[in-house]
Design a protein around this ligand. Structure first.
Ligand code: NAD
Ligand code: WQD
Length: 338
């Protein structure tokens, strides 16, 4: 079986390609490399001893997609390609709508015309908005997104559900990720963001390697046990393995489904700092600052539906998430380099 992975050179994509190869699938990757480098895939090949077919292409380029489907037998698609910065999306909403939504519609048209109607999509816990109370379940209302990035995920979910409702040959699986962190335990692949990171763990890693002086904890007056924000951090390898289960599902049946991919456990920012300090064996410099606009107190999943229906659950704990992230960062202080 051959799986087309859009955005497969990126953080979650590269870890998923690795697990696809380990599970015996062939992987064809398309990526425009706007936020990644092919080095990630070279290292996936090195770790697995298997090859990945890489095509530099943009999901908005219909002719390029048609070529990919004409020249490769594709059984299903895992669709990661997209822009993902919350603050950037507020500055450039049209670019986000065009890339994420326009790109997805273009991809689905090419898939339909090629007769490949099976897709697993990278959605996000952000679609639950701030009003639902954790643990978040898939049947809770969505719609109150707080930024254009989140709105692209919400709209794409709807577009894919409408597509599956209109044509019974389609099989759509929407995966709502919580907060992916960690790296493959080889220390060879991991998250390599450009510029100053927005997200907590990549920011902490820049402090660990001395590229940033200290972490600013955004607020200590949230309604949580220690006053700092609580999130459901999930090891990227567990997340990748969830995609293998989702691929099996779309290959085996039609219709549409939604699954949370999280651990079901909420950790605070101070919990994360303590776990990183344990992994590096020294204190992490940090200070408290004001809240970041839009941040909510608590967000964690109810992951029981994925366990029940996909036979998937996260196995790697916070200690492992931090150990693996630190190993990746210390081995690769400049990420994949220039
Ligand atoms: P990433 O930026 O590392 O990977 C995305 C990849 O898509 C990159 O390699 C980028 O070059 C590529 N890409 C972007 N636009 C493209 C286009 N038009 N054509 C072809 N390739 C394009 O991000 P990631 O963390 O691996 O996230 C993967 C997916 O998961 C994204 O859709 C993201 O929104 C979603 N997601 C991520 C998180 C998270 O916290 N990392 C959480 C929830 C959902
Ligand atoms: C985690 C916690 C911050 C940085 C975002 C997106 C979401 C999803 C995952 C894609 C919060 C605190 C952070 C820092 C801090 N992405 N923090 N100092 O905000 O839960 O989710 O990424 O779909 O859509 O919104 O993740 O890593 O930014 O923050 O104190 O420098 O760390 O306040 O409590 P978030 P995050």
């Amino acid at each position: 079986m051959s799986i087309l992975v859009t955005g497969g050179a990126g953080y979650i994509g590269s870890h998923t390609v690795l697990e696809l190869l380990n599970a015996g699938y062939d992987a064809v990757v398309i990526d425009n490399l706007c936020n990644s480098k092919t080095e990630s895939l070279k290292r996936v090949e090195e770790i697995t001893g298997k090859s990945v077919k890489f095509i530099k292409a943009d999901i908005r380029d219909r002719a390029a997609l048609d070529d990919v489907f004409a020249n490769n037998k594709i059984d299903a698609v895992i669709h990661f390609a997209g822009l993902k910065s919350v603050p950037e999306s507020a500055e450039k909403p049209l670019e986000y709508y065009e890339n994420n939504i326009g790109g997805t519609v273009n991809l689905c048209l090419a898939m339909r015309d090629a007769g490949c109607k099976k897709i697993v999509f990278s959605s996000s816990a952000t679609v639950y908005g701030g009003d639902n109370v954790s643990p978040l379940r898939e049947d809770m209302p969505t719609g109150k997104t707080t930024n254009p990035y989140g709105t692209t995920k919400l709209y794409i979910e709807k577009i894919l559900q409408d597509t599956a409702a209109a044509d019974k040959d389609w099989s759509v699986c929407l995966l709502r990720y919580f907060n992916p962190i960690g790296a493959h335990e080889s220390g060879r692949i991991g998250e390599d963001p450009r510029g100053i990171p927005n997200n907590l763990m990549p920011y902490i890693m820049r402090v660990v390697v001395g590229k940033l002086p200290e972490l600013v904890v955004y607020g200590n007056d949230f309604d949580t046990p220690d006053g700092t924000g609580v999130r459901d951090y999930i090891h990227v390898v567990d997340l990748a393995l969830g995609h293998i289960k989702a691929v099996e599902k779309v290959l085996g049946e039609t219709g549409s489904s939604i699954y949370n991919l999280g651990t079901g456990i909420g950790y605070s920012v101070l919990d994360i700092i303590a776990a990183v300090e344990k992994a590096i064996g020294r204190p992490l410099p940090y200070k408290f600052g004001p809240r970041r606009a839009g941040d909510i107190d608590t967000c964690f999943s109810d992951p029981s539906k994925a366990k029940r229906e996909l036979g998937w659950e996260a196995k790697r704990n916070l200690e492992k998430m931090c150990e693996d992230t630190v190993r990746w960062q210390l081995n690769n202080p400049d990420g994949y380099g220039d």
